[in-house]
Write a protein that binds this ligand. Structure first.
Ligand code: HEM
Length: 309
């Protein structure tokens, strides 16, 4: 629907009998996520209003005062000091990942990169399997050089130096963001002044991260896998609020830094010891499982791993 209306800033539709809006325009996205957040602080799941499973009564799903209280309580757990302190644990897990991969390589069978990386982290770092085929060597050279400088040990400081790896990860997440779309629910009457209409409490806003990440208006040749888009020189020219892999505003992903750093550590651990090639049965664009609602899900990414010598 995003691509069907290239000239519209917002597009309305009905989900059954409920009106919703797709927000296409980056300026309006910025208002909803950041400056007018006080109108859009919910995601509209209301788990505590209905009697829903306790486990999903967490920061992602709750809203209002409960969200505010939890967010304030949890924020200190995600400072960079805490992240550095917990990094040895991440490295330990990354080394386990190497061991697991080695066991599978010995059998010379394809490995499902999605399953492998999900064991390390629930995030979808398997997405990096896209397009790495060519760029892989460059990333590995960088990892080798950085590790050599750091006594061949993975650490927070070493991972921070792996810029090419970081661009590659970000490019993979552009092509295949974990969250296909962001949601915000309007919590009181809101007027779109430039557009001349208003919406009532309860209307949901959908921000299609996947579509914004592929819109040729913002990305030159969006289908091309090109990590250099994320170099400082190029990325400063990308319009703000069209790269939303971690969301934005007060409800931005609380674990963004942790998610980034642990994903890079996992990838560095694998790529320092193994190379991979697509398994014969791998498809270029694996279909997304339509029943997965929040985190985009695909069944398998079969890759052949080879030990580097
Ligand atoms: C690569 C890894 C990750 C990605 C791509 C990711 C992505 C996202 C996105 C897109 C959102 C929604 C943001 C919005 O609506 O504006 C989100 C929210 C959230 N994420 Fe992450 N995330 C990652 C890792 C993590 C980690 C490691 C944690 C915690 C340990 C975490 C905890 C959360 C929480 C609690 C929220 C809800 C925040 C709130 O509503 O206040 N995420 N994440």
């Amino acid at each position: 629907m995003y691509f069907k209306h290239p000239d519209e800033k917002v597009v309305g539709f009905f989900r059954s009998t409920t009106p919703e809006l797709i927000i296409r325009d980056p300026e309006i996205i910025k208002k909803i996520l950041i400056s007018d957040f006080s109108y859009f602080y919910g995601r509209g799941f209301h788990p505590y209003k209905r009697n829903i499973e306790k486990l999903i009564q967490n920061l992602f799903f709750v809203e209002g005062d409960l969200w505010k209280m939890l967010r304030i309580q949890m924020t200190p757990a995600f400072t960079s000091g805490k992240l550095k302190a917990m990094f040895p644990l991440i490295v330990e897990r990354a080394e386990n990942l190497q061991q697991r991969t080695l066991l599978a390589v010995k059998k010379n069978l394809p490995i499902d990169a999605r399953e492998l990386t999900a064991r390390f982290t629930t995030d979808f770092i398997g997405a990096c399997g896209f397009g790495l085929d060519k760029i892989q060597k460059k990333v590995q050279n960088e990892i080798d050089e950085v590790l050599k400088k750091h006594d061949n040990k993975l650490s927070y400081a070493a991972v921070k130096e792996m810029t090419c790896l970081e661009w590659t990860f970000k490019e993979a997440m552009r092509i295949f963001p974990s969250l296909d779309y962001l949601i915000r629910e309007c919590t009181r009457k809101y007027i779109f002044e430039d557009l001349g209409f208003s919406i009532d409490e309860g209307v949901k806003m959908m921000i299609s991260v996947a579509a914004l990440h592929k819109d040729p208006k913002y990305w030159h040749n969006p289908e091309e896998f090109r990590p250099e888009r994320f170099s400082r020189e190029e990325f400063t020219n990308v319009k703000k609020d069209v790269y939303l892999v971690f969301g934005d505003g007060p409800r931005v992903c609380i674990g963004a830094r942790l998610g980034l750093m642990q994903s890079l550590a996992g990838l560095a651990a694998i790529l320092s010891k193994f190379s991979f090639t697509p398994a014969p049965e791998r498809v270029r664009r694996p279909p997304v499982v339509p029943t997965s609602d929040i985190v985009q899900n695909i069944n398998v990414i079969p890759l052949m791993f080879h030990e580097r010598h």
